[in-house]
Structure formats: structure tokens, C-alpha cells
Design a protein around this ligand. Structure first.
Ligand code: SAM
Length: 288
């Protein structure tokens, strides 16, 4: 069964008595090569456990199941579960869970299914909740080998942006704390049913096996990034003193200590710069 064939998708859904649910970001792939390519590129280890978010009718799930040892697919829409039972019936290495991924304890899930296997995430993400899902995965503390996601092309550009470019934002600086991101390929809006308004792209994030950075105060490090980008139009100095309440003199000396000009804007700072900056603030906060 070609799960990317438009007639097949429509008849599977009609048989189950369901329609596309916009509120769940349901845009299903209609070009067979795309799930094949995503599944090929999502990790190098065939012995992996793959966690898929939002299997839809299972087109990517089937490609993953035929390449990797185990697939656990999490789908929020109860109406799709009987469809998945049918389309994935030939695979004995797939478990489908009917749940909102944001409510899943990922540690527990991985503990239950990984059996020592390396774990990766692979998903054509629903657009309405892309960033929260990415943050949920990254902040879960689970040591994923990689996270491969299809997102809006504009979001993909942000994930892979370099410090100082217009696409660089809080998500880029935070992501740099966990790993490195690479845009794999673009996918045009016409490859989905229904077609979204914008093009998409597939991004693979390779997570650091051991943390590269160890901020003295991780909460302050995150808040520093948040503050820097929430007030993008302000200089970093003004944004940090307004949002974090630090003395301007302390902020200036922190910025100078990491080798930037006092009037620098937040988007010029790399992840490493933010770690050093927040470390300086934490270390010297009582000295002024
Ligand atoms: N994987 C399929 C494909 O590539 O054709 C469908 C991808 S579609 C863009 C997103 C899928 O995520 C839908 O099946 C939707 O029901 C599901 N979804 C949306 N929100 C979810 C959530 N919070 N947790 C789990 N699945 C979710």
C-alpha cells in the first residue's frame, strides 16, 4: 500500500470516518521519496529505537520500521489509531501510543522501550506546536543521539542560523547548548495533503554525547538568552538590565569580558558567549 498516494490516504480516512484535523496540524506527505529520505538520514545506527511524533496514517512510520530495530509512534488523534493498526499491521517492531507527546514522560518511555538501544527522534512535526515540542525534547534530559524533524522552512533556517545573522534567535542559541543542527533538504508545500501555505525543510540535530558547556547557573543562562531576544531592538546591556535587573555597570563589564563591544546586540552572541556572560554575571553579582 502506497501511504503517500492521495487516493489511498483519502480512502483510508473515509473508511475510518475521519477528516483532516487542522487543530492537530495534519498535513500528510504525498510524495513517497520524502519519508524514504527522512528515514534514511535520521540516524546512522539501524539498531536504534526511533521515537516518532505524529505518525498520521503511518507513511514515515513504515519507512522507519523497515530500517530500524524498534519504532514507538505517538499520535494524539484517536481517530487515526484504527488506520495505523491497518497500515502498520505487517510490522511487529512498531508500538503506537495514543497520547499528546507533551504529556508523555519521555524518560519513562525510553526506559520502557530502549533496552540499551541508542534512541533517536524522527518526525514530520505539526506546525502549531513545533518549538514547544523541540524544547520539550531537548530539555527532557533524555540522551537522544539525534532529533530529525520536518518543520516550516523559516523555522529550519532559524534552527541552523549562525550568530549575527537575521535568522539567529533564542531557539538557535539554546539549541547550541545541546548539539548542532543541519538542514538536510527542502520540501515544497505541494508535497502535502492538504497543502500548507509555506514550504518546509528537514533538519537533523545531533546531540552532544557529553555536555559541551556547563553554566554555573543554568537557569540564569537560559534567562539571559530569553532576555536578550525578547528585547531585540535594545542593546544587550539595556535588555539585560531591564529584564534581569542586574546593574548596568556589571553587565557592561560582563560584555567586555567576553570580547564584545559594550553596545553589542544579543544576536551577535554565540551559545558559548551566553554561557560565559551568564557565568560572569553569576560570579560577580555581589561585587557591585
Ligand atoms: N507523519 C505524517 C506524515 O508525515 O504524513 C503526519 C504528519 S502531520 C504534519 C502531524 C501529525 O502529528 C498528525 O498526525 C497529528 O495528528 C499529530 N499530532 C499533532 N499534535 C500532536 C501532539 N501534541 N502529540 C502527538 N501527535 C500530534
Amino acid at each position: 500500500m502506497d501511504l503517500c498516494n492521495i487516493s489511498v490516504i483519502k480512502s483510508l480516512m473515509a473508511d475510518a470516518g475521519i477528516t483532516f484535523r487542522k487543530e492537530y496540524g495534519q498535513n500528510f506527505l504525498t510524495n513517497r521519496m520524502i519519508p524514504e529520505d527522512i528515514a534514511d538520514m535520521c540516524t546512522d545506527d539501524p539498531e536504534s529505537l526511533i521515537i516518532e511524533i505524529g505518525p498520521g496514517i503511518g507513511c514515515l512510520t513504515a519507512e522507519l520500521a523497515s530500517r530500524y530495530r524498534k519504532v514507538v509512534a505517538i499520535e494524539i488523534d484517536r481517530g487515526l489509531i484504527p488506520v495505523l493498526d491497518k497500515t502498520l499491521a505487517e510490522f511487529d517492531n512498531v508500538t503506537v501510543i495514543n497520547e499528546d507527546v507533551m504529556k508523555i514522560d519521555l524518560h519513562e518511555l525510553v526506559g520502557k522501550y530502549s533496552d540499551g538501544m541508542p534512541v533517536s527522534v524522527c518526525a514530520n512535526l505539526p506546525y502549531y506546536i513545533t518549538t514547544p515540542i523541540l524544547m520539550y525534547l531537548l530539555e527532557s534530559g533524555v540522551s537522544f543521539s539525534s532529533i530529525t524533524v520536518m518543520v516550516q522552512n523559516e523555522v529550519a533556517s532559524r534552527l541552523v542560523a549562525k550568530a549575527g545573522s537575521s535568522d539567529y534567535g533564542a531557539i538557535t542559541a539554546i539549541l547550541g547548548f545541546y548539539g548542532t543542527a543541519k538542514k538536510l533538504f527542502k520540501v515544497s508545500a505541494g508535497c502535502f495533503l492538504p497543502a500548507p501555505k509555506v514550504d518546509s525543510a528537514v533538519v537533523r540535530i545531533d546531540l552532544y554525547k557529553k555536555p559541551l558547556y556547563k553554566p554555573r547557573d543554568e537557569k540564569l543562562f537560559r534567562n539571559t538568552i530569553k532576555a536578550a531576544f525578547e528585547m531585540r531592538r535594545k542593546t544587550l546591556q539595556n535588555a539585560l538590565s531591564a529584564k534581569l535587573g542586574f546593574d548596568k555597570e556589571l553587565i557592561t563589564s560582563a560584555i567586555l569580558s567576553i570580547g564584545h563591544q559594550a553596545d553589542v546586540r544579543g544576536e551577535r552572541l554565540s551559545t558559548e558567549d551566553f554561557v560565559k556572560l551568564s557565568d560572569y554575571l553569576e560570579k560577580n553579582k555581589n561585587n557591585i
